[in-house]
Design a protein around this ligand. Structure first.
Ligand code: GCV
Length: 719
């Protein structure tokens, strides 16, 4: 009886909401479900009757497959591919050189400004027929233009008067996978690695193709397959054929593969006695290795290297510099057109007076010493992907060197795949920060797109959150962070609100009210998380090891890995004094940024405890003293998660049951764990402030000991 009731309820549900189908999230934002709005569908049916892709290449072939499936899906009927334009409503896609129709349209002047991979989408006439042109100078541009066109359809935008021009502002747009050869993923919260090294090269999982399609849809054109904590085995012949098999799948989608290079590989797999970058045998070994890789993968992108950091080997082991190491590898791949991305996330063997200063101190003196095919990969902030950091002072400080940012899409410090945190505002905050390197307006985005110092080799990397779980990222909303990274890598000036709007419409619903509600949740989510984790510039106070929950009490082990090193709470106050009378990290920024940060009165309050040790009774702009403000922010963070739950609850009519319920359940866990952050941190800091909880702040449920010994049993990535 119970089952009959359930089935009837389901039938009624389907009848009431015919557009809402079971959804496991696998299709990400490329869902191509039929457009349900009758007016929009009527317009599309009238405007789109047939399609042609003119030209021959593997990229144009996959573009055709995608075009066919997207149009059939979205329009709910078969839109046929034709050989010639015979009717209104024909889509014509191709390159200027490869498409007779496009070349006859005299589009040269419009297309002259396009950079490689750029495209135009244009409503025009061809032999008196209304057509939609998707034109580019190269095949990649055609593919990207086609995906842009789908975005319009998926967002229910008009497609009648199109005049769109788009070019990527950053040349290399890369995902970094911290995937190990045993398929575990460092800081991965979405199952196992996508790369099944055991079954490659013979077995080609459909996921490899879908991964490539998805990335192409947001303009990502490269992927580093392996962890920066590298294993030299990936460079052996047995593995390289597997890498080549993946490269073959990705190639039509214009995605190049890159590998991490373990600096000691010549010793570990090459049987040399040294990995000294100036040793002739070592130089020859890497050249030979590069030749071998390129013989298997002619378009191999190059190497990403983590050296002399967290125990990884590097040139400093041989008293050589980062430039010596990077240049040696760069010379090996240069004849093949490859590049080297050398990470600036470095650690000294000695504990520094301020870890935030380390990368700048080591790299600025090397400015101008790197080969032309080397990029220095810099994390967005000077410590380590914290919920909030100031922008990294290296941006703008190495004018003669190509710098690329590294963002973390996987949520190592932002609630793994349990918390709903939309990261576009975090990425945007860094990209739009003004370094003042060449006066006002020297945005980080301009360092990255090369315009500040006229660099032509430009890149952006994001540490991937994709894994083997069915929906790729665990939390449905974590998909949005992958999407946002790709969109910002294409155009670092985009606005988070626009990105959220696109993603919601493509992924969930085009209903305006629901879009607004979900947008609000997404756009507030990062600040909410900062509040319940690390308000007012607190940082690095998480649980040692897994980084999911709070651990402000962590005081054992290497000092600059502890929390007490960073928050410096004492009876007087809290915060790391990085002013000119403290560690002087502020001096690494250009004026006036350094002066603004240096002065407690002008330092933005959201970074106050990053730069200042502030007395507990210091009055903030809100009128509250610091202690009360800390408690208030933690509490507000928790209460805001409840508001998110509430808002999400109101979207149930617009979201399929599976994803709605998944998000609902995760928001319950987010609220629970936000309370643990709030209560653990407040109780711990109270042992220093010795002040009561201010009125209105909820009392912790347990004592401090409880939070200090709390174990998480249902959080991915915690073993
Ligand atoms: C890949 C942090 C993470 C490490 C990571 C490191 C890095 O320290 O906790 O897991 O290692 O950053 O970016 O190299």
């Amino acid at each position: 009886m119970k089952n009959i009731l359930k089935i009837s309820a389901f039938i009624v549900f389907c009848f009431l909401f015919p557009g809402i189908k079971a959804e496991d999230g696998y299709r990400l934002w490329l869902r191509y479900d039929p457009v349900t709005d009758p007016a929009v569908l009527a317009q599309y049916t009238k405007s789109i009757k047939a399609w042609i892709i003119e030209g021959e290449s593997s990229t144009l072939r996959v573009a055709g497959v995608e075009l066919q499936s997207a149009l059939n899906g979205l329009l709910g009927r078969s839109i046929t591919s034709v050989k010639a334009v015979k009717r209104n409503g024909t889509i014509i896609a191709g390159t200027l050189a490869g498409s007779p129709v496009i070349s006859s349209l005299k589009l040269e002047s419009r297309m002259r400004g396009l950079s490689p991979e750029g495209y135009i989408i244009l409503s025009t006439k061809y032999r008196n027929k209304k057509v939609i042109i998707i034109a580019a100078n190269d095949d990649a541009g055609v593919l990207y233009g086609i995906f842009h066109f789908f975005r319009l359809l998926q967002m229910h935008k008009p497609v009648t008067e199109l005049e769109i021009t788009s070019s990527p502002l950053v040349k290399l747009r890369l995902l970094n996978h911290w995937d190990n050869l045993n398929r575990s993923v460092e800081r991965g919260y979405s199952g196992f690695s996508l790369w099944n090294w055991n079954t490659l090269p013979d077995s080609i999982d459909q996921r490899y193709t879908d991964y490539a399609r998805t990335n192409a849809s947001i303009g990502i054109n490269g992927t580093v397959l392996t962890n920066v904590n590298a294993n030299a085995l990936i460079l052996t012949g047995d593995y390289l054929v597997k890498v080549a098999a993946l490269a073959n799948v990705f190639r039509p989608y214009c995605i190049k593969v890159y590998l991490t290079a373990r600096f000691s590989a010549p010793v570990e797999i090459g049987k040399l006695k040294t990995a000294d970058p100036l040793d002739p045998e070592v130089i020859a070994w890497w050249k030979k290795k590069a030749d071998e890789i390129y013989s298997l993968i002619p378009d191999f992108g190059g190497f990403l290297v983590k050296a002399n950091s967290e125990g990884q080997p590097g040139p400093q082991n041989y008293n050589r510099t980062h430039a010596d190491g990077a240049n040696m590898l760069a010379d090996a791949v240069a004849p093949h057109g490859g590049i080297v991305m050398w990470r600036a996330f470095v650690y000294d063997n000695n504990v520094p007076d301020d870890r935030a200063k380390q990368a700048y101190n080591e790299f600025v003196p090397l400015d101008g010493q790197f080969r032309k095919n080397v990029l220095i990969q810099v994390k967005n902030g000077p410590v380590d992907f914290q919920p909030r950091e100031p922008f990294h002072p290296l941006f703008g400080a190495m004018p003669a060197t190509a710098l690329m940012p590294e963002f973390q899409i996987t949520q190592e410090y932002l609630g793994s795949s349990v918390h709903l945190v939309f990261l576009a505002p975090l990425f945007e905050e860094c990209l739009k920060a003004d370094t003042y390197a060449k006066g006002k307006g020297s945005l980080v985005a301009k360092v990255i797109d090369g315009t500040l110092e006229n660099h032509t080799l430009t890149a952006m990397a994001g540490v991937s959150n994709a894994g083997s779980v069915r929906n790729w990222t665990g939390h449905s909303f974590a998909q949005a962070n992958w999407y946002a990274f790709g969109r910002l890598a294409w155009d670092p000036y985009l606005d988070s609100g626009q990105i959220a709007g696109e993603w919601i419409r493509m992924t969930f619903t085009c209903d305006d009210e629901a879009v607004q509600r979900i947008s609000k949740i997404m756009l507030n989510s990062r600040e909410i998380t900062v509040n319940y984790m690390t308000p007012i510039g607190l940082h690095h106070i998480m649980y040692a090891g897994h980084h999911y929950g709070p651990g402000p009490w962590v005081n054992r082990g290497r000092q600059d890995w502890t929390s007490v090193y960073y928050h410096r709470a004492d009876s007087i106050g809290i915060g790391f004094d990085r002013t000119s009378s403290g560690s002087n990290a502020v001096s690494q920024y250009y004026p006036p940024v350094r002066d603004i940060y240096n002065n407690i009165q002008t330092c933005p309050e959201n970074l106050l405890l990053w730069f200042h040790h502030v007395p507990w009774d210091y009055k903030l702009k809100s009128g509250r003293i610091l202690w009360n403000e800390i408690c208030y922010r933690y509490d507000e963070g928790v209460k805001s998660v409840r508001l998110m739950q509430n808002e999400w609850g109101k979207t149930s009519n617009f979201i399929d049951k599976e994803r709605f319920e998944q998000v609902k359940e995760l928001l319950v866990r987010q609220e629970r764990d936000a309370r643990i952050w709030r209560d653990g941190c407040i109780l711990y800091f109270q042992t220093f402030s010795k002040r009561p909880l201010p009125a209105g702040v909820d009392k912790p449920e347990h004592d401090l000991q409880y939070y200090m010994t709390h174990k998480y049993t249902d959080v991915p990535g915690i073993r």
